[in-house]
Design a protein around this ligand. Structure first.
Ligand SMILES: [Zn+2]
Length: 460
């Protein structure tokens, strides 16, 4: 649909006002209300547009004003406060250990009543301040897309592996200590997630906030429950984590299900179709200007689409996943300030797309059974002259700067002798260099955790 066409489509669905506005939703006991209109049209043109300031203004302490009546505190994840002449909303609440500080900084700017906390998605770096904002005040509704419920259960179900992997991935960025898996006999908890939302919707939720219209749209991408917020009077969109400081993690090493690339593409198309003049992502700073937004967010969308299509082309051509991880890269015109690999990485995303589409089997019968390639490591080590020889060769490779091969060879030695000092030292040294050479925050975390693990073993 062209922008000109969209310009003409200015309507709020009448059914919405009966079925899914806050006016119709009842009192404070609406936990779990699923509120969804059969159809909806996002308002792309408002009557009383408030001009964008085009820049951030610093206020007291960490508080930034990013639009008329819209405030932000930067953090590992940002918290936004949107005020109108008749009340306020909060969009995302940051992570638990900063959520309270964000709330305290922003609280003086709240225009009472605080009506909604909108969670762009149910990741802990966005939900950590809900308690600080809401406290015992049950008149403050917490709004989320309905998939947030299953997503919360999923995260709780797998809390043992996620706890361990989060501690590795964020060992450096958040200085997390190593955290254990669950005990082997720990019960399986399938539906034990904490449900933060008091109102859930499926595709669309809209309400009036004084002089502002707030339109919340299901835009899956980073997570299945992901939403974006659009306020036409401000010409301002909040895309959550579907657009952030780097190429996305279409797969994240801390463990996640497939994040479908085509969901990102269509969700970013949705946001772009509103022709925002301000886009405020939950990580990083706002982007100002309709042209800049179309170019930058559009370029981001195109980069994801390109990586997806090239990976699918390779999958269909019978290429293996490691070949695709090496071969699929962005062409120069899609390498922008927004598609850097500071947080997400393209090779991991390629593997994520591959695994998301075709699963674990690589088509090789050797890999079809429970006998892994590592099962023959003792055989190879013996043929190579023993574990000292293999560890020594690993150290030579590291010395020569071939750290990735050195890690594999050290692993082979350690599979035979888990306490081999040269193999352990080579593993630690290689991981330390790769950590220090990497610009990727998550890779740094994993290498750092590997170094830490080996060092604690060597100290025993
Ligand atoms: Zn986030």
């Amino acid at each position: 649909m062209s922008p000109v066409h969209l310009f003409a489509v200015i309507a709020i669905c009448a059914t919405l006002l009966n079925g899914c506005s806050d006016k119709a939703s009842g009192g404070a006991d609406r936990t779990g209300v699923i509120c969804d209109p059969p159809e909806f049209t996002v308002t792309t043109e408002a009557e009383n547009v408030i001009p964008s300031p085009g820049e951030i203004t610093e206020l007291d302490g960490p508080v930034l004003q990013i639009h008329e009546g819209v405030y932000m505190v930067r953090g590992f994840s940002n918290t936004f406060l949107v005020t109108s002449d008749e009340g306020s909303i909060v969009i995302d609440t940051s992570i638990s250990f900063t959520g309270g500080a964000h709330e305290q900084a922003l609280r003086p700017y709240v225009v009472e009543p605080l009506r909604y906390i909108i969670l762009t998605h149910n990741h802990p770096d966005h939900t950590g301040g809900v308690e600080a904002w809401r406290g015992d005040d049950t008149t403050v509704e917490v709004l989320a897309q309905k998939e947030a419920v299953q997503f919360a259960h999923y995260q709780r179900r797998l809390d043992g592996i996620f706890r361990n992997r989060n501690s590795a991935q964020f060992s450096r960025l958040l200085n997390l200590p190593p955290l254990d898996f669950n005990p082997p006999d720990a019960p399986v908890v399938n539906d034990g997630g904490t449900i933060l939302s008091t109102i859930q919707f499926e595709r669309y939720f809209e309400f009036q906030l004084g002089n502002l219209t707030v339109q919340v749209v299901h835009t899956p991408g980073e997570t299945p429950d992901h939403v974006s917020v659009w306020i036409p009077e401000l010409r301002m969109a909040f895309p959550g984590d579907n657009f952030y400081i780097s190429f996305p993690n279409l797969y994240t090493l801390r463990g996640t299900r497939h994040r479908p690339a085509l969901d990102y593409v269509s969700s970013l198309d949705t946001v772009l179709s509103w022709r925002p003049e301000v886009v405020a992502p939950s990580h990083g700073d706002p982007v100002y200007g309709e042209v800049a937004i179309q170019e930058r967010v559009g370029g981001y969308r195109n980069a994801i689409s390109y990586i997806h299509d090239e990976t699918v082309r390779g999958i269909n051509a019978g290429k293996d996943v490691f070949t695709l991880m090496r071969e699929v890269t962005l062409p120069p015109e899609l390498q922008t300030v927004d598609t850097n690999e500071l947080y997400g990485r393209i090779d991991w995303s390629v593997r994520g797309i591959y695994g998301g589409y075709v699963g674990w089997f690589d088509g090789n019968v050797s890999n079809m059974t429970a006998t892994p390639p590592t099962a023959i490591h003792p055989e190879i080590v013996e043929m190579a002259g023993g574990v000292d020889a293999v560890a020594g060769r690993a150290a030579e490779l590291a010395e020569a700067g071939d750290y990735e091969h050195a890690l594999h060879l050290a692993d082979m030695a350690l599979n035979v002798d888990p306490n081999h000092v040269v193999a352990l030292a080579t593993r630690a040294d290689s991981a330390a260099v790769l950590r220090d050479e990497s610009i990727n925050l998550n890779a740094q975390g994993w290498y750092h955790a590997a170094v830490r693990e080996v060092e604690s073993k060597l100290e025993e």
